[in-house]
Design a binder for this molecule. Structure first.
Ligand code: GTP
Ligand code: MG
Length: 197
């Protein structure tokens, strides 16, 4: 799929202010600082479209980006941001839960996992919560450029093993890097396949 245009549409914290649910959308979610915003920029080929930061907790709002005037990529705030207050986190969890469960135009969720780390409880639990709700998701492993291929493959295999205790069929996994475009074509092909055009 060729990206012809990528436009920021809206940022907000209110379900009622989201764009009308008439175009298919794909949400990117994962731990704070895992590389969601960077990966979105890499996939659509626009530096700075989604704001990135070395400090976790950069994306605090739900951001819609309109791609090719046909579908949306949605950048969500990261989970597990230790510095935000308990009430903030509870508020966030409620908002995201509502978005994930009720958004009728949401096609699939891309759950981002740091490829440098062994499986983290918070990520496994998040995947399980999606599974319980019947929300389809794929796993994108990030920051592959930061270590050797063997290490990434080991961590992915371990993640798959742990998830297979909860899932009959573990969702597809794609290794990515925002630095060197790894995984870009695979993610776009997947979206193309789901969009059916
Ligand atoms: P929050 O919005 O805070 O939840 O973070 P995020 O998940 O959107 O992460 P973001 O894209 O802001 O990236 C966090 C940091 O990781 C930044 O310093 C990025 O430059 C860096 N980063 C993200 N992806 C990659 C990657 O593939 N390779 C390398 N080397 N660094 C990356
Ligand atoms: Mg972000």
């Amino acid at each position: 799929m060729i990206i012809k245009s990528a436009d920021f549409t809206v940022s907000n914290t209110r379900i009622s202010k989201l764009p009308p649910p008439i175009l298919p959308e794909y949400a990117f979610i994962g731990r704070s600082n895992v590389g969601k915003s960077s990966l979105i920029n890499m996939i659509v080929n626009v530096k700075g479209l989604a704001k990135t930061s070395q400090k976790p907790g950069k994306t605090q709002l739900i951001n819609h980006f309109l791609i090719n005037k046909e579908w949306y990529i949605v950048d969500l705030p990261g989970y597990g941001y230790a510095k935000s207050s308990k009430s903030n986190r509870a508020e966030w969890a409620k908002f995201i839960r509502f978005y994930l469960e009720k958004r009728e135009s949401l096609q699939v969720v891309f759950v981002l996992i740091d490829s440098r780390l062994e499986p983290q409880k918070i990520d496994i639990e998040f995947c399980c919560s999606l599974g319980e709700k019947g929300i389809p998701f794929y796993l994108l492993f990030t920051k592959a450029d930061k270590q050797g291929a063997v290490k990434s493959q080991q961590n992915m295999a371990q993640f798959k093993k742990e998830l297979s205790e909860f899932f009959e069929e573990v969702p597809q996994m794609i290794l990515t890097s925002a630095e060197n475009q790894l995984g870009k074509d695979d993610v776009l092909a997947l979206i193309h396949e789901i969009n059916g055009n």
